[in-house]
Design a binder for this molecule. Structure first.
Ligand SMILES: [Zn+2]
Length: 259
């Protein structure tokens, strides 16, 4: 064991003791977000410890007149830890702050067309992950994800999967890979599934995945990850190859314990 390993372990142990999530807060979070509590006991314990470390390392702040409560921070931390449960918390080293708004946020966007004319428009956001900057979330949307998990909608998982994607640069739907073979498989499956969704939408067919995923590969990845973690049985049924790809990527098989 290197000294740095010992030091990291010691600090981690201290953080776990200092920031252990109290029983009532933890049980309340599991009750409000049923997709979290389906996993086996040892994984739940791991999730609880990782949640405590997340709370120790990250800074929460509120905006728009929202009063930040402990249950809000625990709900966000616990869900944010789900995608990195096997990958490790250091996948989130690239950012520190989480800014929580009471509801969706209107932001002014500008873009310049090929003639150099600047256009302005408004965009409504339930969440946003800026590369190297804070992760913004709407508390109303964080809550809504707990109420209807079967819809496969989860703003916390969505934004934190963007953070995972940004680990090797921009969020472009090409996150870091274990090796070249994994990267190749990722490109093939993602491209095929993405094109399939676009074709379905073009034909006017109903789709299982949220049509927002057709915005580009950079949105297809987080949208399919939302379904993977919150409605895994459905994703495996409608997109088996995509399910297998995400299972191998995240090192988790949530359909095994889905209802
Ligand atoms: Zn997105």
């Amino acid at each position: 064991m290197k000294l740095t390993d010992w030091w990291r372990g010691w600090r981690q142990q201290r953080a776990l003791e200092r920031r252990a999530v109290p029983d009532d807060l933890w049980l309340d979070t599991l009750r409000r977000y049923p997709f979290l509590r389906r996993r086996p006991m040892h994984e739940l314990q791991r999730l609880r410890e990782m949640t405590a470390l997340f709370l120790d390392r990250k800074e929460f702040s509120a905006a728009g007149g929202l009063e930040l409560r402990d249950d809000m921070a625990v709900a966000i931390a616990a869900q944010a830890c789900v995608p990195v449960l096997q990958l490790g918390l250091d996948w989130y080293d690239g950012f520190v702050g989480i800014v929580l708004h009471p509801q969706e946020v209107q932001v002014e966007r500008t873009w310049t067309d090929e003639d150099g004319v600047v256009h302005q428009f408004e965009e409504t956001l339930a969440g946003e992950a800026v590369h190297g900057g804070p992760v913004m979330l709407s508390w109303q949307d964080v809550q809504a994800a707990g109420e209807h998990p079967e819809d496969g909608y989860n703003v916390v998982i969505h934004e934190f999967v963007h953070v995972i994607d940004q680990r090797n640069g921009v969020a472009d739907g090409h996150p870091p890979q274990r090796d070249l073979a994994a990267a190749r498989r990722w490109e093939q499956v993602m491209q095929r599934e993405f094109e399939r969704l676009c074709n379905q939408l073009e034909a006017g067919d109903a789709t299982y995945l949220d049509p927002y995923a057709a915005q580009g590969l950079e949105e297809f990845f987080p949208v399919s990850a939302e379904a993977f973690f919150t409605a895994p049985g459905e994703l495996r049924h409608f997109h088996p190859d995509l399910y297998d790809l995400l299972r191998d990527y995240f090192g988790q098989d949530p359909a095994r314990w889905a209802p």
